[in-house]
Design a protein around this ligand. Structure first.
Ligand code: SF4
Length: 372
């Protein structure tokens, strides 16, 4: 029988084998603190204590896809579909500008019509005009053609989030409808296309899915590294009763265990990819009231306060129990500022807060600070 590995010694290493990652993901409560401490040190020594804000606009819940875990899937007839008007998006952009966030994220369901492509491109262009180029724009609009990505990049978007959800193709098939419209290979191709069109590329996974193992999660961490990803947004899987995956709810870990497993993933990600951007996601906060702050202390350096007009927030529930759906953007921001200063972090006001990893891949001189 192999002796139990010493976690402290393991954490002295700069990289981990697959089996070591599985071991680290499986440690108990006492030992997981060692991982969190190590990740916190790595974060301090690489990206520092700055937190970058992106105002999150949930642009539309109209989606042609039917992912089996998602509350806004096309098959869910129990929600009101919406799309923000151009004015509403520009007002949100003005809020970002007035409050010195530096960046915004425009997120919406996947639509590939020419009309939608144009509409998004025009929005990006107008936000750039309104802010005289000051607002950095991240898009999250699903899988699109390479031409669409190119067009949106040319309009001025420079970061894109497209979550892989799991790097295990078999598990991917279990959480998506079995058709060519929901293809793992297409998702990989889209990530490649984004990279080749010049975007800073973000992805992520759900943690604690039914049928998922620690072996899968270790593979996810290795996938991020092998793909040389620039930014990650990941968090616990949270079930939604109006989805097919809900039938497997009895297979799930208790919510708090899913939360701590997610925190371990986040910490290991910071240790293995020290200079990427990592978001403290809303799903973390859905399970644990201090989830986002614990994520920041453990390795995250990006937060995305929701600035979607209040009247739409109820209708963008990818999962249930989402916090802040009745809270004004200003109030969310006030709480965030207090929480961030309480843990001695600093907000990178008026800064795009780009991924250092992206810059270091392009410019070999590591003395250049992409976020001065
Ligand atoms: S996860 Fe994204 S692509 Fe899938 S149904 Fe939900 S919004 Fe659409």
């Amino acid at each position: 029988m192999n002796p139990k590995p010493n976690i402290q010694n393991l954490l002295e290493k700069e990289s981990f084998s697959h089996d070591e990652l599985v071991t680290l993901l499986s440690v108990d409560k006492a030992e997981q603190e060692l991982i969190f401490e190590k990740a916190s040190q790595v974060k301090q020594n690489t990206v520092g204590n700055k937190v970058y804000l992106r105002g999150l606009v949930e642009y539309s819940n109209i989606c042609t896809k039917n992912c089996l875990y998602c509350g806004v899937r096309s098959g869910n007839k129990n929600i009101r579909r919406y799309r923000l008007t151009e004015n509403e998006v520009l007002e949100a952009a003005q809020f970002v500008l007035d409050h010195h966030f530096g960046s915004m994220v425009i997120q919406g369901g996947e639509l590939s019509s020419t009309q939608n492509t144009r509409r998004i491109g025009q929005l990006v262009t107008k936000i750039k005009q309104l802010s005289q180029g000051k607002i950095g724009i991240t898009l999250s609009m699903g899988e699109q053609s390479r031409e669409t990505y190119r067009y949106w990049f040319e309009c001025g978007a420079h970061r894109y989030l497209l979550r892989i959800e799991t790097s295990n193709p078999d598990l991917y098939k279990k959480i998506h409808p079995m058709d060519t419209f929901h293809s793992f290979e297409k998702r990989l191709q889209a990530l490649d296309d984004l990279r080749n069109e010049g975007f800073q590329v973000g992805t992520g996974v759900m943690i604690g899915l039914p049928f998922q193992t620690n072996d899968d999660l270790a593979n996810d961490l290795e996938f991020f590294k092998n793909f040389d990803i620039d930014m990650i947004g990941m968090g616990p899987y949270i079930e939604h009763k109006n989805t097919p995956l809900y039938q497997y709810k009895d297979l799930l870990l208790p919510p708090l265990d899913r939360f701590y497993l997610s925190l371990k993933m986040l910490a290991l990600l910071r240790i293995t990819m020290p200079d990427i951007n990592i978001a403290a996601t809303t799903a973390m906060e859905t399970i644990h009231p201090r989830g986002k702050i614990l994520a920041l202390q453990t390795g995250a350096n990006v937060m995305m306060p929701n600035i979607t007009p209040l009247k739409y927030r109820d209708d963008y529930l990818l999962y249930e129990g989402k916090p802040h759906i009745n809270e004004e953007s200003q109030l969310i921001l006030d709480h965030l500022i207090q929480d961030i200063s309480a843990i001695h972090c600093e907000i990178g006001w008026d800064n795009w807060g780009d991924s250092r990893h992206f810059f270091y891949r392009h410019y070999e001189n590591k003395e250049i600070d992409p976020n001065p």
